[in-house]
Design a protein around this ligand. Structure first.
Ligand SMILES: NC(=O)c1ccc[n+]([C@@H]2O[C@H](COP(=O)([O-])OP(=O)(O)OC[C@H]3O[C@@H](n4cnc5c(N)ncnc54)[C@H](OP(=O)(O)O)[C@@H]3O)[C@@H](O)[C@H]2O)c1
Length: 292
């Protein structure tokens, strides 16, 4: 089978590297990455992005590159010359502009941090964005740039992604496992709700979007809502780690922290779930697949 040419950014990252590994037989990946020794691409450099997109036959660009260090981003608040704004906003604007010039479809990975976290239920796609910190703000600005363009676009919002194997960047699942193994896991918030995303399943959603040429804004986590405390307990029991998980409080923590935290980032995936042609597993099943 001839492989399908596919352009991507951030394909060396936590999510991207799983996508390229699982779909290596299907797609001929061309990664626009700073680390590519033969052809380094900085997405903040419009000329470099134009040169790659113009020369490529790929119809889709899967855009996963981002400044993802949320605390580092917070330290750059309001700094439009900072790396976070440049990569997340300017980089995305460059991709939008050149996708318009070259007629390519942009698939953008976004985050539940575009919301303020004050909602009690899971967020739906029609909920108003209202980021409370700089990373979320820059991701929301990037979403706006995409939505205000005339290109074919898909935005997939996820939350707290994790995969079944350990990766250089420690994910939500492995942070808990590592904490338990070292005996240093902090008490886990019982009043912080999030919507874990199992990357092994999520990469199939990206493939689905490409296969169906699906456009629009979608939430694509697991659709479940967990507290940190419940999640840690499930990991402890499922993987028999024999750790005494203690419950902590985000509300208490916020009394001493300057950095804002969203209290709830769980996402409803009802919009996308009905159209998928494969089953997304539960988070409980996902934890069972962990390679320890
Ligand atoms: N991880 C999360 O908790 C989370 C949650 C919700 C949404 N998301 C979104 O999901 C996407 C993927 O996240 P991730 O955790 O997989 O990311 P990641 O592991 O932090 O990787 C980010 C990638 O972006 C690349 N990059 C950074 N600046 C660049 C630039 N100027 N030009 C080209 N490439 C650049 C990095 O390249 P190098 O490797 O060369 O530095 C890296 O490969 C991001 O859009 C993120 O906002 C992530």
């Amino acid at each position: 089978m001839n492989k399908i040419p596919l352009l991507g950014t951030g394909l060396n990252g936590l999510v991207g590297s799983k996508f390229t590994a699982d779909f290596a037989d299907k797609y001929d990946f061309d990664n626009m990455d700073l680390r590519n020794p033969l052809r380094p691409v900085d997405i903040t450099n419009e000329k470099q992005v134009r040169s790659v997109l113009t020369a490529s036959e790929a119809k889709f660009v899967v855009h996963m590159a981002a400044f993802t260090d949320v605390t580092g981003a917070w330290q750059q608040t309001d700094d439009e010359n900072g790396a976070c704004y440049k990569v997340n906003v300017k980089g995305t604007e460059n991709l939008v502009k050149i996708c318009a010039e070259t007629g390519k479809h942009l698939i953008y990975l976004s985050t539940a941090y575009v919301f303020d976290g004050e909602k009690k239920e899971r967020y739906v796609e029609t909920d108003k964005t209202n980021p409370i910190e700089w990373y979320g703000k820059t991701k929301a600005l990037a979403e706006e740039a995409i939505q205000n363009s005339n290109i074919d676009w898909t935005i997939l919002r996820i939350d707290q992604p994790f995969r079944n194997d350990a990766f250089e960047k420690v994910d939500t699942l492995h942070r808990v496992i590592d904490g338990m193994k070292s005996g240093k896991l902090y008490p886990q918030f019982g009043d912080h709700h999030f919507g874990p995303t199992y990357i092994n399943d999520f990469v199939k959603v990206i493939d689905f979007v490409i296969r169906q040429k699906m456009t629009g804004l979608y939430h694509a986590s697991s659709g479940e809502s967990w507290t940190d405390f419940e999640f840690a307990k499930a990991i402890n029991e499922t993987l028999s780690l024999n750790f005494d998980v203690k419950e902590g409080s985000l509300a208490k923590y916020l009394e001493t922290s300057n950095r804002p935290y969203q209290k709830n980032t769980a996402l409803s995936i009802d919009k996308i779930k009905g159209s998928l042609d494969f089953e997304m597993g539960s988070i409980e099943e996902a934890v069972k697949e962990t390679i320890v």
